[in-house]
Design a protein around this ligand. Structure first.
Ligand code: GLY
Length: 343
């Protein structure tokens, strides 16, 4: 009986020509979450919410936290960082655009249903990740932008919030006062902004993810990066894995970076190989002189991967990157692989 089943399985997998799959390691029996280096609180929270023991208790006794989906766990994880005014890359305290206005981008995706939701250039809402989840769950659309996204959030009870903290305002003002190189002021080092991505896998193999950001610091108003773009800043598919990106959003959009990384995992690469291969692809396709320095990209991108068997990895174009993970060994930072070593 067993051997017939195996034969059937082999025949079935051979027939799936467009989506070849390799054998996987035994799936992780515990929740696993992967995040950017600022995401240690996020991976801890996501895994807590997906812990089987906790879920059993909640199902029996609790009316709160009954949303057991990995996408919800990822959103709850990144919300901690969105709420932290000291993290100047997302949510409250994020660095503003060139007019001093904080505009946020976020998306979510669920690997089981293939659904996604996103908001872009949303103002005065502290948790764009949670609004993105509402877009996925409560509309038939994927992406809402600007004022419409704000009104949608308000309709769902999200509070109007001032997101520009004193620290972020002072940084912006310093940038603004030093725009010209034709005076005696010495410009500060350019703030790049940042992002958080969180990928989560439940013990039953279901996966979800979220990417959220305040985007490039001092950007042209309404500039939208990769973070709210499904396939660029995030992609999740239970049958292969999940990937998220941080760094130069334009490069991730132009190379469909997260989608590409998931497809590399589908083809059988490890999570680390998929992340590295995606970075190499971005390097190979960066040809414009203004984006190059001595023939190499003058920017960085990091790609984070969680395969559907619970194995993980991350890579960046330039060395020195780390990623956050929570698995059977606990929560920690791990080194990311890289294409080029910084001198
Ligand atoms: N990766 C974030 C952004 O470019 O906005």
């Amino acid at each position: 009986m067993t051997s017939i089943r195996r034969r059937d399985l082999l025949a079935a997998s051979a027939a799936v020509v467009l989506l070849p799959r390799v054998s996987r390691a035994e799936p992780a029996p515990i929740p696993v979450a992967v995040s950017s280096a600022n995401g240690i609180p996020a991976v801890k929270r996501a895994c807590e919410l997906l812990d089987p023991a906790l879920l059993a208790t909640q199902t029996r006794t609790s009316t709160v936290g009954r949303d057991h989906r990995p996408v919800h766990a990822a959103v709850q994880g990144v919300s901690l960082v969105e709420n932290d005014p000291k993290d100047m890359s997302v949510g409250l305290g994020g660095l503003p655009n060139e007019n001093g206005v904080v505009q946020l981008d976020a998306c979510v995706m669920e690997g089981t249903t293939g659904l996604g939701g996103a908001v872009a250039a949303i103002e005065n809402i502290q948790n764009p990740s949670q609004v993105a989840l509402r877009v996925m769950d409560r509309t038939d659309h994927v992406l809402l932008v600007g004022k419409g996204a704000y009104r949608f959030a308000r309709a769902h009870g999200f509070r109007h919030a001032e997101l520009l903290t004193e620290a972020a305002r002072k940084r912006w003002l310093r940038w603004k006062e030093n725009l010209s190189d034709k005076d005696d002021w010495i410009p500060p080092e350019r703030d790049k902004g940042g992002t958080i991505t969180c990928l989560a896998r439940a013990p039953n193999g279901h996966m979800g993810g979220c990417t959220t950001t305040s985007g490039l610091a001092y950007k042209i108003p309404s500039r939208v990066g990769d973070s709210p773009i499904i396939g660029a800043g995030l992609y999740v598919d239970d049958t292969a894995g999940a990937a998220g990106c941080t760094g130069r959003g334009e490069a991730c959009i132009l190379n469909c970076a997260s989608f590409l990384a998931v497809e590399f995992m589908r083809q059988g690469r490890t999570a680390m190989q998929a992340a590295l291969e995606t970075c190499r692809r971005i390097v190979a396709r960066t040809k414009a002189k203004r984006l190059l320095n001595a023939g190499r990209p003058a920017f960085n991108v990091k790609v984070y991967c969680l395969r559907n068997d619970g194995t993980h990895g991350a890579a960046s174009i330039w060395s020195g990157g780390k990623y956050a993970v929570r698995d059977a060994k606990g929560a920690r930072l791990e080194p990311a692989q890289f294409v080029f070593k910084r001198s």
